[in-house]
Design a protein around this ligand. Structure first.
Ligand code: PLP
Length: 506
């Protein structure tokens, strides 16, 4: 077992500067990223922007006087409410209007927001998010680029780092919507074992140290991980595991893709009221939020992906990537020649919300704390109803999640009359139980009874290396359920679940 040496976290700024300036990040890049040329128009545009008073006759950018819009008003909850989420839900709280204008002063003029911009996003928005990052993660010398959310950011990171035939590491159950996106690029996934507490560092070490390049091709150089409310298992990595995983990544020269859309939704936080009063919500939250991989990244190997999807709304389609400046440049080049910069409306909203006429960063953190309290209430309700309606039968069990939106429900199939634990695999290394078949049957029964839960098989990563020892289909006796819905959804859904389980087992 390896531990992050104390000297690593205590590395001085001088050491960090020295170390990082000598790192050649180009060796991690895909052939696609290496061969990509910058968007030449954007390059000229960047140069032209630096010199004030430059007359721009070069761009096909519609003139701002012809934009059919001059003002956007966003009606948002007042952040001065004691518990802003509760006041907003009950409709009792004050509302505020925050406005973006084309021709009047505001945090981000619509002239700028609605014009063509740099792929990285507008400076005001990036600065606000870099400020938030600094206060939460204190990352050593990283760069922020905007994305259209983590799905967009991840697919771009896969293209940045992966070539056909490359193997990337991931949790054995993971967000398959994203891992599937890497398959057409010719990237193969190598699953790492998980337990109730998430990815198991010793298994990561085992896979890397037993990797045989002669037989298996290039050793993986990327780990895709979801450290908080891991999707689907809901687990959150402890600090000790994070330190171990970072150290292994350092030792084996692995880039960590830290996909962390649930980071801000943490429960049982024990936020200090006196810190809030003395220093504000951001500092109080920073004290209790988990330590990100980014915060330990003294050698620039973490690409951290944050999103507004879970803390504002998924339709925002906005997020931010924090990485070393070399990767940030390469990502921006890809964006400049594909999706271009994120939409102006979303950027205007974020700039106003986080600016001095809106909530500000501290108000935003107050909203997040209030949101955590509401989701924690829903999680607790879910777990209470689960205990009453489901767990009493002994047919299913679940751990209480510390963060995010998911409960990983284990179906105790060994109690089922038709469970078979010693089948002969039809192919070498194949499943030795009928877990997958029984789970499929249960999934259909739930569907017939009007309930959808996500079966573990949806998220299971098949092992192509033969290094896992047993087949993932023998471990798919789980459902992912979410507790974010209304009280009624939770009560009715779990009542149906409990009833269906009894029908299925008896
Ligand atoms: N990554 C994980 C782990 C997710 O759970 C999700 C959404 O559910 C995403 C990425 C996509 O997030 P976004 O809406 O920011 O694209």
């Amino acid at each position: 077992m390896v531990f992050l040496p104390s000297t690593a976290s205590a590395t001085s700024a001088v050491d960090v500067g020295l170390k990082r300036s000598h790192v050649d990040y180009s060796r991690y890049l895909s052939a696609e990223a290496r061969s990509r040329l910058p968007n030449p128009i954007k390059s000229i545009w960047k140069v032209a922007q630096v010199k004030p008073g430059t007359i721009n006759m070069g761009n096909g950018d519609p003139h701002h006087t012809l934009y059919p819009i001059c003002e956007v008003n966003f009606v948002v909850p007042s952040i001065d409410e004691h518990d802003p989420v509760q006041s907003w839900r009950s409709g009792t709280g004050e509302q505020n209007i925050i406005s973006s204008y084309k021709d009047e002063p505001c945090a981000l003029s619509l002239r700028t927001a609605f014009a063509y911009g740099a792929g990285a996003g507008l400076k005001d928005v990036r600065d606000a998010l870099a400020d938030l990052n600094d206060r939460i993660h204190s990352p050593p010398n990283h760069t922020v680029s905007l994305s259209l959310g983590n799905a967009d950011a991840l697919t771009k990171c896969f293209r940045l780092l992966g070539d056909p035939g490359d193997s990337f590491l991931c949790e054995e159950f993971t967000f398959s919507a994203m891992t599937n996106a890497a398959l057409p690029l010719g990237i193969e996934w190598v699953p790492i074992r998980m337990d109730n507490n998430g990815l198991v560092p010793s298994d990561l070490e085992r896979i890397l140290s037993n990797w045989d390049e002669a037989k298996q091709g290039k050793r993986p150089h990327v780990l895709y991980t979801i450290p908080c409310s891991q999707n689907p298992t809901g687990s959150t990595l402890s600090l000790e595991r994070r330190q171990q995983i970072y150290q292994i990544a350092h030792d084996w020269d692995i880039i960590i893709l830290e996909d962390d859309p649930y980071f801000f939704l943490q429960y049982d936080l024990g936020v200090s009221q006196s810190t809030i009063q003395q220093y504000g919500h951001t500092r109080a939250m920073a004290e209790v939020l988990p330590r990100s991989f980014l915060s330990m990244d003294y050698d620039g190997r973490v690409m951290r992906l944050d999103s507004f999807s879970k803390i504002v709304a998924p339709g925002m389609r906005l997020g931010w990537v924090t990485s070393n400046s070399y990767f940030a440049d390469k990502l921006d080049m890809l964006t400049d020649s594909s999706s271009q910069h994120p939409h102006g409306m979303g950027q205007a909203f974020v700039a106003e919300l986080l600016g001095s006429n809106g909530w500000g960063v501290d108000g935003f953190m107050k909203w997040i704390l209030s949101l955590c309290n509401e989701y924690q209430r829903r999680r607790d309700l879910f777990m209470d109803v689960f205990r009453q309606k489901v767990a009493t039968s002994g047919f299913a069990t679940a751990e209480v999640p510390q963060s995010g939106m998911f409960v990983w429900i284990k179906i105790n199939l060994e109690h089922h009359a038709r469970f078979s634990a010693s089948q002969t695999p039809t192919v070498p290394g194949g499943p030795t139980t009928n877990t997958a078949d029984l789970m499929d049957e249960l999934f259909r029964k739930l569907l017939n009874n009007g309930l959808v839960m996500m079966p573990a098989s949806t998220f299971a990563i098949a092992d192509r290396t033969g290094m896992m020892g047993s087949h993932i289909n023998d471990r798919v006796n789980f459902f992912r359920a979410t507790f974010v819905g209304t009280d009624e959804t939770i009560r009715n859904g779990l009542a149906t679940f409990g009833r269906t389980l009894e029908e299925f087992f008896l």
